[in-house]
Design a protein around this ligand. Structure first.
Ligand code: CU
Length: 301
């Protein structure tokens, strides 16, 4: 997403080709399996006319579909529980800071979300909503502006006890990702099969929120190489020659999840070497989880 683009705007000279690649769009999104799994729809549409989303739902699994109202724009969303005591303006500002700037403040519970991959396209995922009071945060922006024009809107969501008597089952996933408090991703299996796969993404930790930025990387790239290049860029001493990041191709994305939360997202990846990278920065820590080792490389075959 432009979350990558925004980060790499910081390394603009180096990463301009990657930003350009990001603007060509994400190629790994898929809706073949989860769309037919029978979960009730939860539609979220956001744009200049406002944020359109339900205000009351019963507890259960939902197939969430996010759309930008304006075909030339993209949209971001996350279902959240903000920390108590914030004003509406603070909630909005901190949501934008998290979605746009990858900065996570203390006390937020990010249940899960997504970003539309390209203008004119939707993004879907499945999550389980439990009884409680939530906020849907959703924003819209143009890809060209790298999120500088992003507008964040919120809408309250009350989830009531489940009364429907149909039995819902947990989505069947063929790939699992654990995001841990040790700032690691654990992907199983490896290799991942090519073609549409449902990914179960769980933050198994307690203390940190993470997202998933999925990129295609040159064959044989190691996590150590990605960390090393990121460290060089952060230190302002980039290696000579074409940067590794400039060779990344955008694949997929899953928005912030706090500890204990799971989303199910479908990706269709081409054979090759892929990486998951976390660009999230803790409040007051001006470096992404990536620099603390939160990147993993896996194979799609
Ligand atoms: Cu992280």
């Amino acid at each position: 997403m432009r979350r990558i683009a925004a980060l790499f705007a910081m390394f603009a000279l180096l990463a301009s080709s990657f930003v350009a690649a990001a603007q060509e769009g994400f190629t790994g999104y898929s809706n073949e399996i989860l769309s037919k799994a029978g979960y009730p729809d939860l539609f979220v549409t956001v744009g200049p006319s406002g944020l359109e989303a339900p205000d009351t739902l019963e507890a259960g699994f939902y197939y969430v579909t996010l759309s930008a109202e304006v075909a030339e724009q993209v949209a971001y969303m996350n279902i959240v529980i903000p920390p108590a005591g914030l004003t509406d303006d603070e909630v909005n500002a901190q949501l934008l800071e998290a979605g746009n700037g990858d900065v996570v403040r203390h006390g937020w519970n990010f249940i899960g979300g997504t970003n539309t991959p390209n203008p004119g396209q939707t993004a879907s995922f499945v999550l389980e909503l439990k009884e409680g009071e939530y906020l849907i945060g959703a924003s819209y922006y143009s890809v060209e502006a790298n999120g500088a024009d992003e507008v964040m809107l919120t809408s309250p969501l009350t989830v009531t006890a489940r009364v429907s008597d149909d039995i819902q089952t947990v989505p069947e996933a063929t790939v699992k990702v654990e995001m841990t408090d040790e700032l690691r991703y654990i992907v199983t299996p490896d290799p991942v099969a090519a073609g549409p796969q449902v990914w179960e993404i769980t933050n198994t930790g307690v203390h940190h929120s993470h997202h998933v930025v999925m990129v295609g990387v040159p064959e044989g790239t190691t996590a150590e190489q990605i960390i090393s290049e990121a460290q060089s860029m952060f230190a302002g001493t980039p290696a000579a020659g074409p940067g590794l990041f400039a060779q990344f191709t955008p694949g997929g994305y899953a928005a912030l999840q706090s500890g204990g939360n799971t989303t199910w997202v479908e990706f269709d990846l081409t054979p090759g070497t892929w990486a998951l990278i976390c660009f999230i920065m803790e409040d007051g820590v001006f470096q992404p989880h990536l620099l603390e080792g939160m990147v993993t490389v896996f194979t799609v075959a």
